[in-house]
Design a binder for this molecule. Structure first.
Ligand SMILES: CC(C)(COP(=O)(O)OP(=O)(O)OC[C@H]1O[C@@H](n2cnc3c(N)ncnc32)[C@H](O)[C@@H]1OP(=O)(O)O)[C@@H](O)C(=O)NCCC(=O)NCCSC(=O)C[C@@](O)(CC(=O)O)C(=O)O
Ligand SMILES: [Mg+2]
Length: 303
């Protein structure tokens, strides 16, 4: 039986790759692709008459497959279905790192899942508080309530917007440039940053349109997302590359971090580095960039 390390709310999550729990062939070696997290799906990828079979296959995967450093999340069925409570029991009994709450609309839904998770942790002798939560915001109501959702539980690692359901409820189609979801993405990002949790963009469904995918990933990064839901292994590399700090950013951040203490000791609060003004917020951001570069495995200095 596999014992997974304690889940970390703040870990690196550039990619969260969905896969159908109903398909043992997909989930048995999902870690080989190197996405930061995988999402074993019990919800919309699983046909209604296969929910029990998917849960069975999920439980055996959680118990017997060593996913190594890959975080293992499970997307449970919506709270308006007869499935979600049994989904929660299986996730906790199997030792999943966290649960993605599908179609989350308000804080009360988070509290309901949290109560079910706690009951399952007690039932199966799992350390209380071990199982993390994240919310998928898939409707206008979910987006409007983003802040109350992400602050509803100490287990909450963050939230993700879900474009398929969201666009359907807004009567819009996916657009190059993302104008149809710009406001919702922005509102969710504000809520997540205000709450100090992570924030993820939706999956890009057109897996053969790499150009469109790459344009969306670049925009996600520019907007401030921590990562993205994905549906296919060929989407991983570009997201990882885009979300890692560049060599130029690392060199500049290193210069700021190394210089800031000396400047502060000399009583100087604001000065220029390579022709750019810097003061306290820039140092904090430089430290974040170095930490991110370390987590991405692209920092080789001694800070
Ligand atoms: C799309 C396709 C069928 C294409 O398959 P294909 O086989 O044609 O792909 P190929 O590229 O040929 O695969 C090459 C090799 O990779 C393996 N491989 C492929 N995909 C893999 C994968 N995901 N995990 C591990 N392995 C994989 C494959 O087995 C093969 O291995 P091998 O045979 O050994 O060479 C496949 O990708 C897939 O099933 N994707 C996940 C779909 C899914 O789960 N959707 C539900 C979640 S979204 C949703 O519900 C909407 C949402 O709710 C979202 C939100 O909330 O954010 C909203 O509202 O927006
Ligand atoms: Mg959905």
């Amino acid at each position: 039986m596999i014992q997974r390390p304690k889940p970390d709310k703040k870990r690196l999550r550039r990619t969260m790759m969905f896969m159908n729990s109903q398909k043992p062939g997909l989930i048995k070696d999902a870690y080989i692709y190197g996405s930061d997290s995988i999402i074993l799906d019990l919800e919309d990828a699983v046909a209604e008459n296969q929910k029990d079979a998917a849960r069975f296959s999920l439980y055996h995967a959680l118990k017997n497959i060593d996913y190594g450093d890959t975080e293992v999340l499970v997307r449970i069925n919506g709270l308006d279905t007869p499935h979600w409570q049994e989904d929660v029991r299986v996730c906790v009994a199997g030792g999943a790192d966290g649960i993605r709450i599908a179609k989350c609309e308000n804080a009360e839904m988070v509290r309901q899942v949290e109560a079910a998770v706690l009951a399952a942790e007690r039932e199966f002798g799992v350390e209380e508080g071990r199982t993390l939560l994240m919310a998928a915001l898939e409707s206008p109501m979910g987006i409007m309530n983003a802040y109350e959702i992400v602050t509803a539980s100490d287990r909450m690692l963050g939230c993700a917007i879900s474009g398929g359901d969201f666009r359907k409820s807004m009567h819009v189609q996916i657009q190059r440039g993302g104008v149809e979801m710009m406001v919702a993405r922005g509102q969710m990002l504000l809520a997540a940053r205000a709450a100090g949790v992570q924030c993820f963009d939706t999956m890009f469904p057109n897996i053969d349109d790499m150009e469109g995918f790459q344009a969306e990933v670049i925009q996600n990064h520019q907007m401030g997302f921590d990562g993205k839901s994905i549906v296919n292994p060929k989407q991983i590399a570009f997201v990882h590359e885009t979300f890692a700090p560049t060599e130029k950013e690392i060199v500049y951040a290193e210069k700021l971090v190394r210089g800031c203490q000396a400047q502060a000791d000399a009583g100087i609060g604001v000065y220029t580095v390579d022709g750019k003004m810097v003061d306290i917020p820039f140092f904090e951001d430089a430290k974040r960039i170095i930490a991110l570069a370390k987590a991405c495995g692209v920092y080789h200095g001694d800070l």
